[in-house]
Design a protein around this ligand. Structure first.
Ligand SMILES: C[S@@+](CC[C@H](N)C(=O)[O-])C[C@H]1O[C@@H](n2cnc3c(N)ncnc32)[C@H](O)[C@@H]1O
Length: 271
């Protein structure tokens, strides 16, 4: 597959087109960059917990890796990689070589600074050859994307015939979700099923994030230390408060059962 190289995030065409909204920029650009500053200051053991934003903890990531079974040393595509924690986890636990795509410049830089991973700045239009990807994942991304069919078609396009992709999607119990974070659109189980089928993807495995919710105490402590230091440094900044409101809203939706983190392993439908 196409490799991202160089020390700065490559800016693939169209990345800026999908970078929308002050709230999304606060959360995925500004606070992502601040998160890297804080994690670097706290030390390497804080980097992965700091860098997992929306993907759950180690148990959920292990579930994906156990089902994807990427070959050690193989390239592993992380779409909408954020700050890069899940990709770094995959490199550490499965020995893969991650390649990241991410539209927000602050998150791209954070992933490079924290994990020295190759990142391409790109939104839904993936700078990857057709059928080039044998494994990868796209975690907590779909509900932040306006044109979901376009992203899902791209995921299908880049997937090799024998490839597998992990998806974490926040799925709504009904069409109309009250108090959703700004810019988020949650598919229902039915509309997600249609999205995948229309793109030519078949679900091979599925699970619920809630079943993997427990994170080890050390991971929790490290994530909490990062959060506390972010609050100390930037608590009075409106962009931090906005990002906090966004994550508070999704937290409440999950707690009320209005949306559920749904874990899927998908493969191309056979012709
Ligand atoms: C909730 S975060 C998840 C980040 C990371 N996957 C994780 O689990 O830690 C959603 C990410 O999707 C990115 N994103 C938004 N629109 C996108 C698009 N059209 N294509 C790819 N990524 C997108 C955001 O910038 C953000 O970093």
């Amino acid at each position: 597959m196409t490799e991202a190289a160089g020390n700065a995030p490559d800016d693939a065409s169209g990345a800026g087109d999908d970078v929308r909204g002050d709230a999304m920029a606060a959360e995925f650009d500004t606070v992502a960059a601040w998160t890297a500053d804080v994690a670097l200051a706290l030390g390497p053991d804080h980097h992965v917990p700091a860098g997992c934003r929306g993907s759950g903890g180690p148990a959920a990531l292990h579930w994906f890796l156990d089902h994807l079974r990427p070959a050690p040393g193989s390239t592993f595509l992380d779409v909408g990689a954020g700050v890069g924690g899940p990709a770094a986890f995959a490199a550490r636990e499965a020995g893969v070589r991650p390649v990241l795509t991410e539209p927000q410049a602050g998150a791209c830089r954070a992933a490079r600074r924290l994990f020295d991973l190759p990142v391409v700045r790109a939104a839904s239009a993936l700078p990857v050859r057709d059928a080039a990807v044998t494994s990868g994942w796209c975690l907590g991304v779909l509900c932040t994307v306006e044109d979901q069919p376009a992203l899902v078609r791209e995921l299908r396009r880049v997937l090799a015939p024998d490839g597998r992709l992990g998806l974490l999607v926040y799925v709504a119990g009904q069409d109309d979700v009250r108090d959703a974070p700004e810019g988020n659109h949650f598919p229902t189980a039915e509309s997600l099923g249609r999205l995948l089928a229309d793109a030519g993807l078949v679900v091979e495995q599925s699970g619920q994030l809630a079943d993997f919710a427990g994170t080890p105490p050390l991971w929790q402590e490290q994530a909490a230390a990062v959060e506390a230091e972010l609050e100390r440094r930037h608590g009075s900044d409106e962009r931090f408060r906005t990002a906090e409101r966004q994550s508070g809203r999704i937290g409440r939706l999950i707690a009320r059962g209005d949306v559920r983190g749904t874990m899927l392993v998908v493969r191309p439908a056979r012709a």
